[in-house]
Design a protein around this ligand. Sequence first.
Ligand code: SF4
Length: 699
Amino acid sequence: MVSTLKQVYRIVKLWLRERLKFFPAYPKTLNFDITYHCNSRCSMCNIWRHERTIEFSTDELRAVLSKRLFKKVEHVGLTGGEPSLRKDFPEIVDTLIESLPRLKSLSIITNCVSPVCSERIIQCLFERCQSTRIQFGLVLSMDGVGPYHDINRGVKGNYASLLSVIDFVKKKAIPFSLGYTITRNNLPSIYDALELARQKKWNIYFAIAEFIDRLNNQDCEAIQSFSEDERYELLLFFHKLMHDSHISTLYRRSYWKDFELLSGRERPIGCPYHKEGIVLSPTLEVGHCAVKGKIVGNAKDSSITRVFLKTWFSNKRHVKQFCENCFHYHYQRSSKEELTAVENKAVRRLISSENINGCLLLSRFLTRPNLQRFILIVGWYGTETVGDKAILGTVVNDYARQGYSIVIASIYPFITQRTQQELHLDAVIIKSESMDLIRYAKYAEKVVMGGGPLMDLYDLKYPLISFRISHKYHHENVIYGCGIGPVKSRYYADEIYRILALSDRVTLRDSDSVRLFKAKFPEKAVEQVEDPAIGFIKERAGLISRVSDGKTLACFFRKVPKEFSDGKEKWEDRLAEYVKSLVRQEKLTKVVLYSMHNFWVGNDDREYARYFKAKYFSDSEDGFTVEVDNSLSTVDNTIERMKSARMVLCMRFHSMLFAHTLGVDYRVVDYTNGGKINAFLKDHDCISRLVELPASISC
Ligand code: SF4
């Protein structure tokens, strides 16, 4: 109760603050571009092209800061151009500290092109802040690992000079963050930078480059010119970051903003320039917003305070048209954020296995969606691997051929929307954790649990609720080619049995699952069918012709899930050893580590591949090369990769299923301790494909 009241209070306060923002206020946050000069040639900025002007002197600055307009400034960010190019930087800092009575924090961002210059201003600002007890902030620009940084920054050798400045600040125990501005040029390096920062324990922040008037960068082609694949890659990336509990709430709020904007929705969070920000240029011109604000006057003019407050409303109105789509990194709370949190919590309570009666009650009041004769597919869609995509392809095609419209419930709809595009599916996608699940389950002619295994998963509540509602309205519930297990928890075992009890038609993909089902429901009919993915793989493979290159080992590895990690000591060492021996034995010259899954929920295989390669291989081993393929994986490119290779080494269940269906030469490593991989090989009389990893390391 107390927490609900607190939440209501927070929302009302934020809402009022947002609504009252048209009342002029003295600024608290100053964005100060202290110079137009810059020694970088960044692909997202043209400030270095700015014509040389006479920039402010410290005497002028002192006079300006004594005005009423600056009396409430608490936070100052010193930027540019490159601030370290101001020779009088120490005097500027002194002037700010002396002139701003409420100053609480000072921060700088530097490009480290000249380590001497950067280190000079860092040391200076750090010491001044320490002696005056003002909070210190330092951001070093890092736009990629190695050449990616240099390309984005337009200066050869800048990555090396950045590393030397990092060494400097670390030795001096000066706190710092890295700021990564994402453009089309350095997008391929985002994961490398994140993983490097994690490894080194550096704090890193990612921001998407924005069109900023004062940087004169409207014609920079690298800004936000992402292809569909790149946009999707960024969605995956920001989704991962916004759910990473190791990252500060402030950063995660900004990553959520990036995710929403990339999804085509409005900026959901606030910005200091909505209410209390001010921008100052090197010629002391004044603006209201760091991104799109117009210059309203010069701070040297005696009337600047009056002009700033007078133009406050018209400028806010001008800027407002850009706010909804603005990527700028500021991360203030907003009433929308609070409301979203309340809404999500309420929906989570509603769509829960413990509230099935509530769902049934609610279903009475829900009206029919504007769709005739449709089926609802539920399962783990929204976290799909390439194998799950192939399953979905079969299920959708099957029912579409029977004349049904298709609705897919997805845990993460942006993932399934991508699958829909890839597979050219005609389907409506709804969010699993939403009232739509109840509505569509009520009116669907059939609810279909499509594909994946019925196993220990929090998300079992979606098939359970939709089956229960569909059952109430006398519609058909179908288990379509699923497996059963692994199931360790009693709670989830009960949920699985409840789902199976509500089913009207059951097909299962392996003999173990059929046995389990028959033991529990001897009165019900069940049929064993091939994994639904197989039909779709065959259909696509018929359209893709490739011949083996005779030299490549295509590996499809994954991180061993926690539930299978027992007894896997030295597992990776042995796997790496096996790869080496297989390459030697088959006289191969190339190993490529591919992926079947690109989403952090369920582990991105590419991350594991990068880790595996870095730990066990160099780019060029004795007689063969090792590569990680970081591209997004699809059904079609998985077929191409397997067909083009000389041999396929599988670990994910569906990588084995792909290889087996395609008829390529494959081996499989069973991480499931005799589970579904073993069951499949036995069912298909292919147990000789199973790899026995070497017991100990011989190299
Ligand atoms: S345009 Fe961007 S930086 Fe300017 S006020 Fe709006 S959200 Fe803030």
